[in-house]
Design a protein around this ligand. Structure first.
Ligand code: PLP
Length: 391
């Protein structure tokens, strides 16, 4: 059966060059980077080289890179770490309604601990208005956390403007760049970002590795206590092979930024336009101008996302939805709900995210099977005439 993996925002295959780079650190170069002997020093040198590559990708200083177990831990470290470090100064955190659960659940946890959280509304396209962020600031605000690009819709936030607002008020600004770093240019100095979350497995690196960039002078309490690794910010023997791999993935991502985003945008546009032309009543969710080049989130009213995904899976096509199915009940995407997408429309929304190994053939395969699947799932359902295009 022909297969098409169109779910690169969920995860990416590990680049063979990344695998090659990491393998020696399981075998002959297995030293503990804290050891003073040659084997340890070799592991440490490789890790520090990787730190430089991560820093180069987002334009920060290598000493500002703290390796973590991934994006989720980086988000937790940023938000809980700042909350604890600045408790004496204030207890108010500003975030948005469309963040990844790694941010939302951390904020909810802090709320239960007595912190106050403001969740900024987004517009119909999922964009955050910096003026709303500004208006939410109080004299107790210690942190603003706004994601760079949304994982479900690809909508890109005006982080530079939000960073300026934060800097004017001398408030820390954290951004979750798990979906954007290495996919589009990102410069944390230019964008006024003081804390930045990264993950390796979205950029052809292995799962379970990531980093939090903590710019110089920013106070963050650590919450993994142990040895003095990562400048006392995260105890525990480092995941050397994973870190080395992350460094290589960052180097490769940096090299691909000149051409790959444009190639993916052409492919994504072909996919999106092909679906809009061949399936009636489809709605695009997200910002048409400020969007990751590889992502499209489409609603197929009259269908349920889980049925659509299952039917596509039978055809060898992997896509995804923001809706989570737990205990037999379908919970709609919090992102689409925040954008004001009606439940009936949100319930039939799926995300296609293209990547390095996709070609026109994958799009052709999708376009060959999707119209029939939607027609079958819709049965007698007909798109309302004059239905709004929710771009
Ligand atoms: N933040 C965003 C925006 C994500 O898309 C993801 C993963 O899907 C994460 C955080 C979590 O990253 P990780 O899987 O490395 O824990």
């Amino acid at each position: 059966m022909r297969e098409a993996y169109l779910d690169y925002n969920a995860t990416t295959p590990v680049d063979p060059r990344v695998v090659e780079t990491m393998l020696p650190y399981f075998r002959e170069s297995f030293g503990n980077p804290s050891s003073v002997h040659g084997a340890g020093r070799k592991a440490r040198a490789a890790m520090e080289e990787a730190r430089e590559e991560v820093a180069r990708l987002v334009n920060c200083d290598p000493v500002e890179v703290v390796f973590t177990s991934g994006g989720t831990e980086a988000d937790n470290m940023a938000i809980s770490g700042v909350a604890a470090a600045l408790r004496g100064r204030g207890n108010h955190i500003i975030t948005t309604r469309v963040e990844h659960p790694a941010v939302l659940a951390t904020c909810l946890h802090l709320e239960r601990e007595g912190y106050e959280v403001t969740r900024i509304e987004v517009d119909r396209q999922g964009r955050i208005d910096p003026d709303r962020v500004s208006a939410a600031i109080t004299d107790r605000t210690i942190l603003i956390s706004v994601m760079h690009a949304n994982n479900e819709t690809g909508t890109i936030s005006p982080v530079r403007e939000i960073g300026e607002v934060a800097a004017r008020h001398r408030i820390y600004f954290h951004s979750d760049a798990v979906q954007s770093a290495g996919r589009i240019p990102l410069d944390c100095r230019e964008e006024n970002i003081l804390l930045l979350s990264l993950s390796a497995h979205k950029i052809y690196g292995p799962k379970g590795t990531g980093a939090l960039v903590v710019r110089k002078g920013v106070k963050v309490h650590s919450f993994i206590h142990g040895g003095s690794q990562e400048r006392h910010r995260r105890g525990g023997t480092e995941n050397v092979a994973g870190i080395v791999a992350f460094g290589k993935a960052c180097e490769l991502a940096r090299g691909s930024l000149a051409a790959e985003p444009a190639r993916l945008q052409v492919l994504r546009n072909r996919l999106e336009e092909g679906i809009l032309a061949s399936v009636p009543g489809v709605l695009v969710n997200g910002d048409p101008c400020h969007r990751l080049p590889n992502t499209t989130n489409l609603s197929f009213p009259g269908t349920a996302a889980d049925s659509l995904l299952a039917s596509l899976d039978l055809e060898g096509i992997a896509a995804s939805s923001g809706a989570a199915c737990s205990s037999g009940t379908l919970k709609h995407s919090h992102v689409l709900a925040a954008m004001g997408v009606e439940p009936a429309v949100a319930g039939g929304a799926i995300r296609f995210s293209v990547g390095r190994e996709n070609s026109d053939d994958d799009v052709n395969h999708l376009l060959a099977v999707l119209p029939g699947i939607v027609e079958r799932l819709r049965g007698n359902w007909k798109p309302e005439s004059g239905e709004r295009k929710a771009v």
